[in-house]
Design a protein around this ligand. Structure first.
Ligand SMILES: O=C(NC1CCCCC1)[C@H](C1CCCCC1)n1c(-c2ccc(-c3nnn[nH]3)cc2)nc2ccccc21
Length: 233
């Protein structure tokens, strides 16, 4: 039916976002590194800050390709990036964790992350989120559009024109809804489950600054970009 069909304009929008998402992959795959060796908390924290720093740079490039983003107020663009960076990091970590790999690799990866130096009390919410993302078996279009929807969240702090952001987010939500029906015709509520993950993601990112502070080590060093984005140091 007309209602459900992805029209030409939406197809172009989806292509722009997926191309940007694929173009801006994380350079060095952290999963490969973690599967190779067990590192100390200090080395793991350094790995996290390196990966997170490069992911923020990738996120900025990806965001610039979201149709309409660059026509938003400049300060609102910064507020949206700052407000979504931690969520985008956990979403990308979940996608790295849920990537198709032999079961024993997933088990080793989970073990390495569990023993990395992250405080135990955050393991449950973090892995619950990773597993709930994994169970969705998202196609890359869905992953890319979900990341764009996370960035285009109107109620981030300091956004001056939330309506303009809401209009862009609604366009993305409409494409994602149609895509979900097409990709997962059996699962009635797939789209709703997908959006439910964004609520879980926001909750997980509330723990973030506390998580960072309680890594089992002293002297947490950050890059200048992370100090900006993570409000630390
Ligand atoms: O590097 C990583 N994630 C990058 C993935 C790609 C985008 C940028 C982040 C970290 C690893 C760092 C080294 C020690 C183990 C975890 N990571 C995390 C993770 C764990 C704790 C915090 C955190 N934040 N604040 N305190 N701890 C953030 C991310 N979850 C992962 C699941 C699968 C694979 C890697 C994963």
């Amino acid at each position: 039916s007309k209602k459900l069909e992805i029209n030409r304009e939406q197809r172009a929008l989806m292509k722009a976002i997926v191309d940007a998402y694929n173009r801006h992959q994380i350079p060095e795959d952290v999963a490969k590194k973690l599967l190779q060796d067990q590192y100390s908390p200090e080395e793991n924290f350094l790995l996290l800050t390196e990966m997170a720093t490069s992911q923020v740079q990738v996120l900025v490039e990806f965001t610039k390709n979201i149709p309409g983003f660059l026509s938003l107020d400049r300060e609102d663009q910064i507020a949206l990036l700052k407000g979504s960076a931690v969520e985008a990091m956990f979403l990308r970590s979940a996608q790295v964790f849920s990537r198709k790999m032999p079961t024993e690799h997933t088990d080793v990866l989970e073990e390495r992350v569990r023993k990395s130096g992250i405080p135990d009390e955050f393991m449950t919410p973090m892995f619950n989120f990773y597993k709930s993302i994994g169970e969705l078996h998202m196609v890359q279009e869905e992953q890319a559009i979900l990341t764009a929807i996370t960035i285009l969240t109107p109620d981030r702090p300091y956004v001056k024109d939330p309506q303009a952001v809401e209009r862009l987010q609604e366009t993305m939500l409409d494409v994602l809804r149609k895509l979900c029906v097409l990709q997962h015709p059996q699962e009635q509520q797939y789209f709703a489950r997908l959006l439910g993950r964004l609520t879980e993601l926001r909750t997980l990112s509330h723990y973030h600054s506390e998580m960072l502070a309680s890594w089992r080590m002293n002297d947490h060093k950050f890059t200048p970009l992370l100090c900006e984005i993570w409000d630390v140091q």
